[in-house]
Write a protein that binds this ligand. Structure first.
Ligand code: GDP
Length: 360
């Protein structure tokens, strides 16, 4: 007992002549130092364009462990002043339309121009499908070996909000690591296009001709979001159908009101496989950038996107904290039962549960 007291006194006084204290203090100091060193080393590595450090930092961003998230936040804060200098391009389309092939062709063209290209993916389904996009890196065989390209397979995650947050933060890290063009791939089947649209400067929709969905099956919203529509696989026997699809899409685009960017969306033909039309799409993107930087829409849009993500993050966090709470969980279960037995209404039940939140 007496010994313990002495030890405690020594600790608070910072005197460390006891072996136990020495060990404990040393390991504490070490862990503090290693935390500092870790993040400082990663930040330095990212700014020096070290891909291994960039990957490690993205892994921290993607982690759900709170100690990793803390480190990730330190790194992100340090990287922010060095971010924002890239062109962010969203590439969407149904599975099989040729997104990977297109990104490989565009990526190769860009690295040949001396640009550094990062490819990220937003795929909320990846945890279920074990990574349906970018999961198989060999799909971009050439780009993956290019030292000026960085390909990061899709972040896995249970919610779109979570995956989108991770991707947005990864964009910042890639920009700090000096990438000039960030390509963000997403599958055009769900809500992920909206998430991607709100984190990119230019949104490219890949379509197929003759898939029977020129004007019916496609969601209005996606067309409205697109800054360009590329009809891919415009090669071989498919060329005639592709040209027809181009006319149809152009006609459809005319039905939409002018975009606040002042840009008129384009419909282009391309063959990612034969590397045809890809350069012309890049020229359109460059034209768009020039226009929106001149009319300051570029900056306005990025500001709006930041505000959107701030609110989105708060909303996600509040929701997740709320539904994780034990009292809320059991109350919700109870209220659902009452609802099933017609003993309450959805609104009364909701009011009751939300009222609990205030008293917690
Ligand atoms: P993703 O699922 O959208 O990423 O599509 P992929 O890039 O994996 O392509 C799906 C299939 O379409 C592959 O077999 C590609 O070789 C093929 N493909 C992609 N682009 C073209 C193209 O321009 N022309 C033709 N004929 N085939 C293509």
């Amino acid at each position: 007992m007496a010994n313990k007291k002495r030890t405690a006194l020594k600790t608070s006084d910072g005197v460390s002549d006891s072996k136990t204290i020495n060990k404990a203090t040393l390991s504490q100091l070490k862990s503090k130092r290693s935390k500092k060193l870790d993040t400082a080393k990663l930040i330095e590595g990212i700014l020096n364009q070290n891909i291994i450090d960039l990957s490690r930092a993205i892994t921290l961003v993607e982690s759900t462990k709170s100690s990793h998230q803390k480190k990730a936040n330190i790194i992100l804060k340090a990287c922010l002043p060095h971010a924002n200098n890239s062109i962010r391009i969203g590439v969407t389309g149904v599975p099989g339309v040729g997104k990977s092939t297109f990104i490989e062709a565009l990526g190769k063209h860009l690295t040949a121009l001396g640009k550094r290209v990062a490819v990220l993916a937003v795929d909320p389904s990846s945890s279920l499908t074990k990574g349906s996009i970018l999961g198989d890196k060999t799909r971009m065989e050439v780009l993956v070996k290019d030292k000026n390209a960085y390909i990061r397979p899709s972040a896995s995650g249970e919610t779109l909000g979570g995956v989108a947050r991770k991707t947005r933060e990864s964009i910042i890290l890639c920009e700090a690591a000096g990438f000039d063009v960030i390509l963000i791939e997403t599958v055009g089947v769900g809500q992920s296009e909206t998430a991607v649209h709100s984190m990119v400067d230019f949104f490219l929709l890949l379509k197929l001709a003759g898939a029977g969905d020129e004007l019916q099956g496609i969601k209005r919203g996606i067309i409205e979001m697109a800054d360009a529509i590329a009809i891919n696989k415009a090669d071989g026997d498919n060329q005639k159908a592709a040209k027809l699809a181009k006319v149809e899409f152009n006609r459809a685009l005319h039905l939409y009101p002018p975009k606040p960017s002042g840009w008129t969306p384009k419909v282009e033909l391309c063959s990612a496989l034969e590397d045809k039309g890809v350069v012309s799409i890049w020229e359109s993107i460059s034209e768009y950038m020039e226009l929106t930087k001149t009319n300051s829409y570029f900056e306005t849009k990025r500001n709006e996107q930041n505000k959107y993500w701030l609110l989105q993050t708060i909303e996600n966090q509040l929701k997740s904290d709320f539904f994780k709470n034990k009292t809320i969980k059991s109350a919700l279960k109870e209220q659902l039962k009452l609802l099933e037995h017609n003993e309450t209404t959805p609104f009364v039940a909701a009011e009751f549960i939300l009222g609990l939140d205030k008293s917690i």
